[in-house]
Design a protein around this ligand. Structure first.
Ligand SMILES: [Cu+2]
Length: 154
């Protein structure tokens, strides 16, 4: 009888030790939480802003360095769509084109917001190609000469 009790006590103790060991192992091997992958590659450069008002782009001419991000923000009640010259194909900036809208967007190097920005909405583009890049507001360019701009990338 005494042997039976001590045997079951020993079995219970062994079970508890095993339980603690397993719990310790699983938590020790747990990996630290990883941040979710970024939707687009982060820019390594500066961030500059171009505001779009009813009077046009401000500033209308901007100089940046390759790798800088330009944020276009709509401060007007009307829709505005910044896009590479020339209207309507938007082919001037390498890799751009109105025909690439719908699936590519800025993530694929397309200098075209591809949609009208509503008031307060912003759209950013990373300029990796050096040069002087003319652009326009695709939705207002052709009736208002204010809606043309230039980004110079050094
Ligand atoms: Cu256009």
């Amino acid at each position: 009888m005494k042997i039976k009790i001590s045997l079951s006590l020993a079995l219970m103790a062994a079970f508890v030790v095993l339980l603690v060991f397993v719990a310790g192992c699983t938590s020790a091997y747990r990996q630290p939480a990883q941040p979710p992958p970024a939707a687009t590659a982060p820019s390594t450069g500066d961030v500059k802003m171009v505001e779009i008002a009813s009077t046009g782009f401000n500033p209308s001419s901007l100089t940046v360095n390759a790798g800088d991000t330009v944020v276009f923000v709509n401060r007007d009640a009307a829709l505005h769509r910044p896009a590479s010259a020339q209207h309507p194909t938007h082919l001037l900036y390498p890799g751009s084109g109105a025909d690439k809208c719908g699936t590519a967007g800025a993530a694929n190097g397309n200098f075209d917001s591809c949609k009208g920005l509503v008031e307060g909405e912003s759209w950013s583009f990373i300029f990796n190609q050096k040069g002087e890049w003319k652009y326009h507001d695709h939705l207002n360019c052709c009736t208002n000469p204010a809606f043309f701009g230039t980004v110079v990338v050094n």
